[in-house]
Design a protein around this ligand. Structure first.
Ligand code: HAM
Length: 417
């Protein structure tokens, strides 16, 4: 047990860790060009934030939260997603008082007590963006354009955009009536949870994963048939903007998303198996629900980093591997340790990846090690080299050697190669 990680968690190391680093680097680089600033919020928040924000009748809140009482008897929850915390931080720190919109991104861990299976973890990671303060469909377009660029840079080709509109509070009234009467007609076939949820929050029945409920819900009324004028225009404008941007999309009336805060636009990026890699949408009421003094529209997305990595593997996309060690500095004799280590330090300062001996190995063993770690060049520094102020730099690929003075080692190799 002590050497076993908890179910649904993952250790990050080696090539997988490097892939994650590259994904995060691309995300950060693109966000920079969109003028989206990074935010880091706590890993845990007061439970009420998620109950209020994500919604009490959602699977996330009812079944999946890691909630505990802290020593001060407060109910605390490990964040199951990134939006609620970002909203809380936006309000608490008065970011709404700055020029709007506020555009924030995060790379965060998230915790959900799910049944671990492929693509479903108990601790996962999301790259997310939230735009606060814009009710224009151009904000959705900004997010979707960013996501298209992100996936292009990653080399993903098999991911498609699905969009839908679930309307606002106003449309929800007429829609809920229609949905509820449909649900009453089919009540006998629904699972226990759906029977319980249908009166409180009928929309949640649409994202039930129980096969019997799924079959019934295929014929349920569609949200887009119940949009009021404002929501209909918003959805039409979004589609026409996406067309103008040459962004392909499918209107998928089955998307309602599993979290309660969405209004108007909802969207997902799905792979060829229809598995969701990224989900997002507009949530114009959430800020008001968290702080009734504010009424600010918002829109965002969350992209699962583990799901990106799975998709890269499925599409056989190779991300660049970790750069090789540029130079191995071998040390011959204890008296050479300090002068050799000073050279290691200098070479690292000019940007080279440098390794040396920390195990007092023989020269032969050091060369074997240098070869094993794939060092591009090697040098041995001993009393003779130090006295002559000269070393032989060996190119490990060609076997070629070049004699240079100690302060000119970096000139032999091109670190950008
Ligand atoms: P979500 O759809 O619940 O939305 O999660 C976003 C993404 O996180 C999913 O599409 C998936 O890639 C990944 N994900 C979720 N749960 C798991 C899990 N158990 N294991 C692995 N990956 C997972 C949200 O969380 C919203 N906060 C997104 C958003 C931001 N909407 C507006 N702004």
């Amino acid at each position: 047990m002590i050497t076993q990680r908890p179910k649904g968690t993952q250790d990050w190391y080696g090539s997988n860790m490097y892939k994650r680093t590259i994904i995060e680097e691309i995300a950060r680089r693109i966000c920079k060009s969109y003028n989206i600033k990074e935010i880091i919020t706590p890993v845990f928040e007061h439970t009420i934030l998620f109950e209020r924000g994500v919604g009490e009748t959602t699977d996330v809140v009812q079944k999946e939260m890691y909630t505990f009482q802290d020593k001060g008897n407060r109910s605390i929850t490990l964040k199951p997603e990134g939006t609620a915390g970002a909203v809380r931080a936006y309000l608490e720190n008065g970011l709404y008082a700055e020029s709007q919109p506020t555009k924030l991104f995060y790379i965060t861990q998230a915790f959900r007590y799910e049944n671990p299976q492929s693509g479903r973890l108990r601790q996962h990671h999301q790259f997310g963006v939230e735009i606060f303060g814009s009710s224009s469909p151009l904000a959705e377009v900004e997010l979707i354009t960013l996501l298209m660029e992100f996936m292009k840079e990653l080399g993903l080709k098999g991911v498609k955009l699905h969009i839908n509109s679930i309307g606002c509070k106003n449309c929800r009234k007429t829609y809920n009536d229609a949905l509820l009467s449909f649900l009453h007609e089919h009540e006998d076939g629904l699972c226990g949870t759906c029977k319980e949820r249908m009166e409180k929050n009928p929309l949640r029945v649409l994202d039930c994963k129980v096969p019997g409920c799924k079959v019934i819900m295929k014929d349920a009324p569609r949200t887009i048939d119940y949009l009021d004028e404002e929501c209909r225009v918003h959805f039409e404008e979004l589609q026409s903007l996406l067309q103008d941007m040459d962004i392909p999309f499918v209107v998928d009336t089955g998307i309602v998303r599993g979290l309660d805060y969405y209004t108007k636009t909802v969207f997902e990026f799905v792979n060829s198996d229809d598995f969701t890699l990224c989900g997002g949408g507009r949530y114009d009421n959430l800020i008001n629900e968290v702080d009734e003094k504010q009424d600010i529209p918002a829109v965002g997305f969350g992209f699962g980093i583990e799901r990106i990595i799975n998709e890269l593997e499925a599409e056989q996309v190779e991300l660049p591997s970790a750069p090789p060690v540029d130079m191995y500095i071998g040390i011959l004799g204890k008296e050479s340790r300090s002068p050799a280590y000073k050279i290691v330090k200098e070479l690292r300062k000019v940007g080279m990846i440098v390794e040396t001996d920390y195990l007092d190995r023989s020269v032969k063993a050091q060369m074997k090690y240098a070869n094993k770690i794939g060092a591009r060049y090697t040098v041995i520094i001993g009393a003779d080299e130090l006295a002559a102020n000269k070393v032989n730099v060996k190119n490990m690929a060609t076997g070629e050697q070049k004699e240079v003075s100690l302060d000119k080692i970096q000139e032999v190799i091109d670190i950008n190669q």
